[in-house]
Design a protein around this ligand. Structure first.
Ligand SMILES: [Zn+2]
Length: 396
């Protein structure tokens, strides 16, 4: 769970914990979080308190509190939630969140966007009519009209206006140049990427959040109903450039830190860079080889969006010439992330788990069949040669 949410307004109140006198400390009853959020509940605001967790995280978590706690005083709810958060958030996480907050604050105060209109959400300006129309109809049939599924669990479609893509590319360049001039080291989107920029860091998180909620979530609800629940509650949006003088080599395969990944090829002109899928995997089997039926390579086309599960192991072949830029939107659900820690059987989502379960069942079946044949042949011998039984009995 992220300390500072996705930065869509939380601005992480990462400050020293508030001090309470001993008599104020109350022993909390042992209770569990609800399995589903209480969407009717209006969470308290914690921004005025000097707490170590951001108000946005607390407000989100409050919806999962058990009924007994929902009407409790705000500070009691905070104690209860901080006990839970402590198990997941380390001092390192808190420091990282604090640094990120300062980094974003610096950009927010000093960076002047080139295209301000990108930062507000105007679907008519950003999105193709056919895409908007399919989403507003909101049926599987309308989605299938504009979406193809070249491989199970991989959905391909066009969604952005070309003009939006061009402006986004120019805005990213503008930010890079500004950071260079200011001698600001750009935060890497993931530990693997070298030439990447986090879009949320320079103010695009409101736009990305609305894109995720209003346009990507309806698709996921139909195509991936088991992993998106009521709504995604955070995202990580970034752009990575590959090609000559950039990330040339293949970076291997990975599972994304997301429930669902939207991957859009923004351009430009390039050769190579095929997107490779190598089976869905749980964390335990993230490095297991792919089975032949799990291998799928897809040639990327500028402007095309691809939607797949974060656990669908993916990678890209080297971009051998030209320049390729992709935008990624990792859509996350803390509820499903949390559920995964308690789940023991992943055979419904992990190809390797399913493979092992099938092998185990085959072994059990083979052993049972062998046993039945043995019993049957034993019984047959007894029937065919009753004198053997007679001789054995008469010897006793
Ligand atoms: Zn597995």
């Amino acid at each position: 769970m992220a300390v500072d949410g996705d930065g869509t307004g939380g601005d992480g109140d990462t400050q020293p914990p508030v001090k309470f006198s001993a008599e104020e400390e109350t022993e909390m009853p042992r209770m569990w979080l609800s399995q589903f959020p209480n969407s009717e509940h209006v969470s308290d605001n914690y921004e005025d308190l000097d707490l170590e967790y951001s108000s946005i995280v607390l407000r989100s978590l409050e919806k999962y509190l058990p009924m007994e706690m929902l009407k409790a005083e705000r500070i009691l709810k905070y104690f209860f939630m901080s006990d839970i958060l402590e198990k997941y958030i380390t001092y390192g996480d808190l420091t990282m969140a604090k640094n990120r907050k300062e980094y974003r604050q610096n950009i927010k105060s000093n960076y002047h966007p080139r295209f301000r209109e990108l930062y507000d959400f105007d679907p008519k300006m950003y999105l193709l009519y056919s895409f908007r129309n399919a989403i507003s109809e909101n049926t599987e049939e309308s989605f299938r009209r504009i979406i193809s599924e070249p491989f199970p669990g991989v959905f391909v479609f066009q969604m952005f206006q070309p003009d939006f893509i061009q402006r986004l590319l120019k805005e990213v360049d503008n930010f890079r140049i500004w950071a260079f001039m200011k001698n600001l080291k750009i935060r890497k989107p993931t530990y693997k990427t070298i030439h990447g920029v986090v879009l949320d860091d320079f103010g695009l998180s409101i736009m990305l959040n609305k894109l995720m909620q209003d346009f990507i979530f309806p698709l996921c609800k139909v195509f991936f109903p088991d992993v998106c629940g009521e709504m995604f509650d955070s995202h990580h949006g970034f752009v990575v450039e590959y090609g000559e003088n950039r990330n040339v080599a293949e970076l291997g395969y990975q599972i994304d830190d997301s429930e669902i990944t939207l991957n859009v090829c923004l351009g430009k002109q390039f050769e190579g860079g095929e997107l490779c899928f190598r089976g869905t995997r749980c964390k335990k089997h993230a490095r297991e080889d792919a089975h032949p039926e799990e291998i799928f390579d897809y040639r990327q086309i500028p402007g095309q969006a691809i939607l797949y599960r974060g656990c669908h192991r993916n990678g890209a072949r080297a971009t051998t010439s030209g320049s390729r830029v992709n935008m990624f939107l990792w859509c996350k659900s803390s509820f499903f992330g949390e559920m995964e820690t308690y789940q023991k059987d992943f055979s419904d989502m992990c190809g390797q788990c399913a493979h092992e379960t099938k092998e185990k069942e085959s072994r059990i079946l083979a052993s049972k069949t062998k046993e039945m044949i043995r019993i049957e042949s034993g019984a047959k011998r007894s029937t065919d040669k009753p004198w053997r039984v007679y001789v054995r009995r008469s010897k006793k």
